[in-house]
Write a protein that binds this ligand. Structure first.
Ligand code: UTP
Length: 297
């Protein structure tokens, strides 16, 4: 169990997966760089970490990492040109994307699974609890999920996962959790975790989504976790070990807000339509056009 006095300042963003569900777009571009309206998906994720007070962000990258690093770097020639042309609001969006926390990068090498990606953060994170945000998972900006998870970690000293109730037939796409009520609390104790179970074998309809706040003990467990499903080192398997360890424990915060998996084509398209429809500069025109489009389909 982590010393609860150790505050959480670090976020780890795994972004080294191959993104095969989005081929051929992801042949030469990381899926985390695909734009949602006008920002790459990864920018929303970094902004979420910084908003929750986690300014020290480590990104786990792989092939094509250049685009990810370049996006958060300065582009002096572009900035000078926008300033000279008086394009102040565009200049602001460019400067805002350079100015997000303190970013670090490490390569995963072979993408041997999410657990393997998280283990690459060991040296940077050290002996402190830390957050993990999957680079292709978007949580509505209006939600405070991560801050809530940090609060639960500080209270319990264990590890915390975000859970979302999904229809039974969809549970096989996720890790599934068996949960028990914690008396007097609005979070749950996780007693069992299974990676991508069949609908019949799933312990519940609660799916683990892409936000975690983890005890540093997870590194030791990952070092001793053999490849599991898909021959990958699974974070879910390491969490199952922590859940069974009385001195550690895994807790679940149930999320009821909006979430998009931008690595999935349908969810990605929905994210673009929904978020654009809520934008002051685009919403009215997009919705007007959509209504006509659907009526005539
Ligand atoms: P996914 O399973 O969604 O990513 O992993 P993927 O393997 O890229 O996707 P598909 O199924 O082939 O389309 C969830 C997150 O974990 C990262 C991914 O980048 C994504 O953000 N990941 C996954 C790694 O960083 N390394 C890995 O070895 C696997």
């Amino acid at each position: 169990m982590t010393d609860p006095k150790k505050t959480i300042t670090k976020a780890v963003i795994p972004a080294a997966g191959l993104g095969t569900r989005f081929l051929p777009a992801t042949k030469a571009t990381p899926k985390e760089m695909l734009p949602v309206v006008d920002r790459p998906a990864i920018q929303y994720v970094v902004e979420e970490a910084v908003k929750a007070g986690l300014n020290d962000v480590l990104m786990i990258t792989g092939r094509n990492k250049r685009a990810l690093e370049d996006h958060f770097d300065r582009v002096p020639t572009l900035e000078i040109q926008l300033a000279e042309q008086g394009k102040d609001s565009l200049l602001k969006t460019v400067l805002d994307s350079n100015d997000l926390g303190e970013l670090h990068y490490v390569r995963q090498g072979d993408p041997k699974g999410l657990g393997h990606a998280v283990l690459r953060a060991k040296v940077h994170v050290g002996d402190e609890p830390f957050a993990v945000l999957l680079g292709d998972d978007l949580i509505d900006e209006k939600e405070d999920l991560l801050s809530e998870m940090v609060r639960v970690q500080q209270k319990t000293g264990g590890s915390v996962v975000a859970l979302m109730e999904v229809p039974r037939e969809q549970i096989s796409a996720y890790g599934a959790a068996a949960i028990e009520q914690v008396e007097g609390e609005d979070f749950f104790k996780v007693s069992e975790l299974v990676e991508k179970p069949s609908a019949e074998d799933a312990p519940s309809n609660y799916a683990v989504i892409g936000r975690y706040v983890l005890s540093p003990k997870v590194f030791e467990v990952l070092e001793n976790t053999a490849p599991g499903r898909g021959n990958e080192i699974q974070l879910t398997d390491a969490l199952q070990t922590l859940a069974a360890d009385e001195s550690e424990g895994v807790y679940g915060v149930v999320f009821k807000g909006r979430r998009f998996d931008t690595g999935d084509k349908l969810s990605y398209l929905k994210a673009n339509v929904i978020l654009a429809s809520e934008r002051e500069d685009l919403g009215a025109n997009l919705l007007g056009w959509l209504k006509d489009f659907v009526k005539n389909k």
